[in-house]
Design a protein. Structure first.
Length: 307
């Protein structure tokens, strides 16, 4: 009888050890690694996953929502214990949610907030898109003394942050009659597309006093177009606080950017995934704050958002 009890105790200890020794695999589905901020997110997540002792696989959807759905299915079929996703389309997330729920694994959205209610083993880690747009226009309007014509460079309209940031700008302008939005087009988060859109606006004779972009890459594209036309009297604002964006703040070409904390979002997403896998209680929405960056304080941010 004593021998039986000893054997049972040993078996119990072995099972505990085995459970503790399990290394989880996390699949990370990214929207488009051609986007600078998404690339920074990846590098920060890789570091945090390693620090947490988690195995990982990364996939790049290259802006294709169907490809991203397939990539998530592939992760699940390969035995992923959790999925972190930076969605291509924040309105088209139901297939991914259904797949994760069927597999009974955690699903953590990062950086881009899905436009559905999150419950159960789901969470969002990121920032409030509308707030970044509000902070951006407030800082820029102060430089304009709330007077002037504004053009807006929007991100991909399939994403919540492009629509919310743009709406925040337009809402502010409605409340300040001295300001007017005279042009608004999507440049899909891309620098080159922003160059083309800005050149077209200016060559068509639009009297633009400021260009407000949904991200730094498009703001930089606008600045490049202004430089081509030798126009130095147009203020430009962006969002993200990427190293490239901060360089343009430093040289006085960009008036303002809103720092979006890639490290905070990336580490937060990994931490939530780890906590879910460990059976700990987590929040459905995990907010990472923004900060306004100008020529006066940009040095505080130069070591951040690094790859």
């Amino acid at each position: 009888m004593k021998l039986f009890k000893v054997l049972m105790l040993i078996c119990g200890l072995l099972s505990v050890f085995t459970a503790q020794a399990k290394t989880y695999m996390v699949g990370v589905a990214l929207a488009n690694l051609d986007l600078n901020f998404v690339s920074i997110l990846r590098s920060q997540m890789e570091k945090q996953l390693k620090d947490k002792g988690l195995n990982s696989q990364f996939a790049d959807a290259k802006g294709d929502v169907s490809l991203q759905i397939q990539q998530v299915d592939d992760f699940i079929n390969q035995g992923a214990d959790a999925i972190i996703i930076n969605p291509v389309d924040t309105q088209g997330v139901m297939p991914v949610i259904a797949a994760a729920q069927k597999a009974n694994i955690p699903l953590i959205f990062v950086n881009r907030k899905p436009e559905v209610k999150l419950t159960g083993k789901m969470a969002y880690v990121g920032s409030d898109s509308a707030l970044s747009g509000k902070m951006e226009i407030e800082a820029l309007a102060k430089r304009l003394d709330n007077k002037g014509n504004i053009a807006i460079l929007m991100g991909a309209l399939s994403t919540e942050e492009a629509r919310q940031r743009t709406k925040a700008v337009e809402d502010y302008v409605k409340d300040h009659p001295g300001l007017k939005v005279i042009q608004k087009q999507s440049a899909n988060w891309q620098r080159n597309e922003a160059v083309d859109k800005t050149l077209s606006w200016l060559q068509d004779g639009n009297d633009i006093n400021a260009i407000i972009a949904n991200n730094d890459e498009m703001a930089i594209g606008a600045i490049m177009a202004l430089d081509q036309l030798k126009k130095s009297n147009v203020l430009v604002a962006g969002i993200d606080g990427t190293p490239d964006g901060l360089q343009f703040i430093m040289n006085g070409k960009m008036a303002v950017t809103i720092f979006q904390d890639a490290k905070g979002q990336a580490t937060g997403a990994v931490d939530v995934a780890y906590d879910m896998l460990s059976g700990k209680k987590t929040e459905a929405y995990n907010w990472v704050p923004y900060q306004t960056v100008t020529t006066e304080n940009y040095q505080e941010f130069t070591s951040k958002n690094q790859k």
